[in-house]
Design a protein around this ligand. Structure first.
Ligand code: NA7
Length: 537
């Protein structure tokens, strides 16, 4: 019996989140034969997986959207400025329905391997259901934060209670009433969980290693008038977010910090603080990222705000950061997060002093020999960001080279859009492009998808079948990326931004920090020069 020929596509896309859905939409509209594989059983990506209590977007809803259709933009009504996960997930489902995307998405299916064949100049892709397909282009839309660090501690499997990683939260509600709950992690995720469940649990132990600077979220409900107002600004907003530093509709102060008096500086900071968004971080003073003195002054402004709320020296010592500067890693928005620690049922376990050693059937054991007995253990321990989603797939480029091996030595890409040695593989939310760390993801992802689509259209027009960045161009990009990154304080601080949360991961700022607008300009220039720096055949 002759073996059945594998199904053949112009492009196979990994992931049906914000990027994958839009990539499917764009390529299909241009007449390409496209298939999306999605591990989850529905669309949404980040907003499908992260259904933990309190999950909420930190970008203003009216710019956390698709811009390809004003009709869609007008049809969808956000309920508030920073909607919770269920609403964001509903929005993405609404888009999938309205654009009839599902018919080309296979759910519940993971891509396990992708191998480039130099003879045919095509990718052979194998899925978790045992299917093998073949495609000209292999496009990864896996998201930057989608490979969760779920096995954090030895002995987790022996725990008699329930263990949940926040990014693998079950769909059924968890009953916290009367339960002894422990949570590890006080990043943007842990903070949202803690402030949400503190009042629901019997007792909450927060295993705290690194405290966070925070900004209180101002989250008003939208009225019809508010919605009409932002909808009327569709064209202006769409244009604006493409050119700012972080893909939001706000941008850095124009006046240099040094030129303002202390009172004027304070006025600017207070105004941005009161806005209750990420503006204090991503649109205050650019110098904050470069100048230790400016950074310290802004850090102190935030610490003062935190002290006012805690008004408790013991808690202040534990919850207010001093070992690193404000904004050198992700600043979470919060609502009554600090106040959660004022509750009698919430307790801090300092795991900087006595690290967690293991999980036992009863709970968590720390280095001081204490056993913290628990019914539920929540791991808000983060992700193998940027690289993890791709290195968990066996990706093989020219000559059988492995992306996992390549990136275990050095993390390198050409503008975060392609990797030398992997022809016809395009990446979104990959290292060295502006990404979750420092941008409004929907802005960045749409730009990357548009660039990829335009490139594929260019190739079709010219009858070209292969594209790959030159080693030299990639090295230039890495050098440019590093030059900007290394001038900032971000690279002097440990966090997932630098890959330091994953043992053995090569250290490099994962997100491009030269600005979303500046990045776009460079991408557009490369395209205008007929993909200068890329080899086309
Ligand atoms: P993050 O920001 O990587 O936070 C992970 C947290 O887990 C952080 O507080 C870590 O402390 C803590 N952690 C991890 N391992 C341990 C161990 N072994 N012991 C104690 N504490 C530990 O992940 P998030 O999910 O909160 O956020 C990721 C991004 O999603 C966020 O930045 C937004 O862009 C959306 P540490 O700081 O390493 O001391």
């Amino acid at each position: 019996v002759e073996a059945q020929k594998p199904a053949s596509f112009d492009a196979v896309i990994v992931g049906a989140g914000v990027a994958g859905m839009y990539q499917l939409y764009r390529l299909r509209k241009e007449g390409f034969k496209v298939k999306v594989y999605e591990a989850g059983d529905n669309v949404g990506g980040t907003w499908y997986w992260n259904r933990y209590p309190g999950a909420r977007v930190d970008s203003q809803a009216y710019i956390y959207q698709y811009w390809f259709s004003q009709e869609l933009y007008n049809e969808w009504n956000w309920s508030e400025r920073f909607p919770a996960q269920p609403e964001t997930e509903r929005y993405l489902n609404f888009v999938a329905d309205r654009c009839d995307l599902r018919k080309d998405i296979e759910f519940g299916t993971r891509i396990e391997s992708a191998r480039y064949d130099e003879a045919t100049q095509r990718w052979t892709i194998t899925t978790s259901t045992g299917e093998t397909v073949d495609a000209r282009f292999f496009i990864t839309c896996c998201g930057m934060l989608s490979a969760p660090l779920t096995s954090t501690f030895p002995g987790q499997e022996t725990f008699k209670g329930q263990v949940f990683h926040t990014a693998r939260w079950p769909k059924e509600p968890i009953d916290f009433a009367g339960k002894r709950v422990g949570i590890v992690g006080t990043g943007a995720t842990g903070i949202q969980v803690i402030q949400t469940i503190a009042s629901q649990v019997g007792h909450l132990k927060v295993f705290l290693r690194t405290p966070q600077y925070i900004i209180p979220m101002h989250n008003p409900k939208y009225s019809d008038a508010d919605r009409a107002e932002y909808k009327a600004r569709f064209n202006e907003l769409r244009e604006r977010v493409q050119h700012t530093f972080a893909g939001f509709d706000y941008d850095f102060e124009q006046k240099p910090y040094a030129e303002l008096s202390p009172a004027e500086r304070r006025q600017v900071l207070q105004g941005l603080w009161d806005d209750g968004s990420l503006a204090l971080w991503l649109s205050s003073f650019q110098e904050m990222f470069f100048d230790p003195q400016v950074n310290e002054e802004i850090s102190e402004f935030v610490r003062e705000k935190m002290r006012e709320r805690l008004n408790n020296p013991e808690l202040e010592a534990k919850l207010i950061p001093t070992s690193y500067g404000f904004g050198t890693h992700r600043v979470p928005l919060e609502t009554n997060y600090l106040e959660a620690y004022l509750r009698p049922n919430v307790e801090i376990v300092d795991v900087k002093e006595a690290p967690i050693e293991c999980v036992t059937p009863e709970g968590v054991k720390t280095a001081d020999g204490k056993l913290h007995e628990l019914d539920i253990l929540i791991l808000a321990t983060g992700f193998d960001a940027g690289t993890g989603a791709l290195t968990r797939i066996d990706i093989r480029g020219r000559g059988g080279r492995s992306l996992k091996d390549d990136w275990s030595r050095d993390i390198s890409t050409a503008m975060g859009l392609q990797v030398h040695g992997y022809p016809n593989m395009f990446t979104t939310a990959a290292p060295l492009a502006p990404s979750a760390a420092l941008c409004n993801m929907t802005t960045c992802l749409q730009q990357q998808v548009d660039w990829i689509t335009d490139c594929i259209l260019y190739m079709r027009r010219r009858g070209l079948s292969v594209i790959e960045p030159t080693q030299q161009f990639e090295a230039q990009w890495v050098a440019h990326h590093d030059a900007i990154a290394n001038a900032t304080l971000v690279t002097k601080t440990d966090s997932w931004y630098m890959g330091s949360n994953v043992k053995g991961k090569p250290r490099r700022l994962l997100s491009y920090i030269g600005g979303v607008g500046h990045y776009r300009q460079q991408c557009d220039e490369v395209a205008a020069k007929e993909y200068e720096g890329f080899e086309l055949a």
